[in-house]
Design a protein around this ligand. Structure first.
Ligand code: XBP
Length: 259
């Protein structure tokens, strides 16, 4: 029977803050450990980090911090320029992040594994569109969902694969182009205003799951804003939009939201 509503073919997920509380449990402590290793007395508090999250990308975030808050910074010897130094700091930070993931310190958010498993069982394709470094995505997925879980995702669009980071649409455009799908057949999942802008500029209907860093942000462009994906025995809270009476996010709700 012909249908006038768009068919759901793929889900495109942000990683940081959406699949897991990576900023709180992984990135911030990893930045701080990298600073200590480099002999710097910089420590990013939770509050400061909340402000710094306005800048997408770890290397870009370090640069903005130096420019705004460390006017007397002197380039350590052995580095030809600031870009090289930031690259070095960031590589150390990535090493720490991977260690935290391997140690099980970065769990998935409620409902994530259930939703991914149901999508796979029903033939709904999966992709990732994230600003973070590809090695971080690999470490998170393998240590939470198992060794083969990278292969669950047809496209892992991450980090420097595109010229402009979120809120630019580049990373979601990259994911859609590699899926060879139109945005009408996909849903995007985000936790930040920057990410929401990135996704919706491509035409994707986007679901926002908030967290402590982002719940005060402007999500007017989201199709649905919820506390998390929820579980049958632990329903989400609906913050804005129509959740069609559901208590947790599943493929039936994804289809209802897309229709
Ligand atoms: C995530 C980011 C990333 C991480 C750090 O944004 O901005 O920079 O905070 O990762 P989003 P890297 O969730 O919108 O994709 O240090 O690897 O950049």
């Amino acid at each position: 029977m012909a249908s006038s509503t768009a068919q759901l073919k793929a889900l495109i997920f942000d990683v940081d803050g959406t699949l897991a509380e990576t900023e709180r449990d992984g990135h911030r402590p990893a930045f701080n450990q990298a600073f200590t290793d480099a002999g710097l007395d910089w420590q990013w508090s939770e509050a400061l980090y909340g402000d710094l999250l306005e800048i997408s990308g770890g290397k870009e975030r370090i640069l903005a911090y130096i420019q705004q808050s460390q006017p007397n910074f002197v380039l350590p010897s052995g580095f030809s320029d600031l870009t090289e130094f930031i690259k070095h700091l960031h590589a150390t930070k990535t090493t720490y992040y991977k260690q935290y993931a391997a140690a099980g310190k970065i769990p998935l958010r409620p409902g994530v594994e259930r939703l991914l498993t149901e999508a796979r069982a029903k033939g709904v394709r999966l992709a990732i569109a994230t600003t973070t470094t590809p090695a971080n995505v690999q470490a998170l997925l393998e240590n939470t969902l198992g060794a083969d879980s990278l292969s669950w995702f047809e496209v892992i669009a991450a980090g420097d694969m595109v010229p402009k980071k979120k809120p630019a649409p580049d990373i979601f455009e990259y994911a859609l182009a590699h899926l060879k799908l139109s945005p009408e057949n996909c849903l995007g999942f985000e936790d930040t205003n920057n990410g929401l802008l990135s996704a919706t500029q491509t035409g994707l209907k986007t679901i926002v799951t908030v967290n402590d860093y982002t719940r005060q942000q402007d999500f007017a462009k989201a199709t649905l804003v919820i506390s998390d994906f929820g579980e049958p025995d632990k329903p989400f809270q609906v913050i804005a939009g129509n959740a069609h009476g559901a208590g947790y996010f599943d493929i039936a709700l994804a289809e209802a939201v897309l229709a």
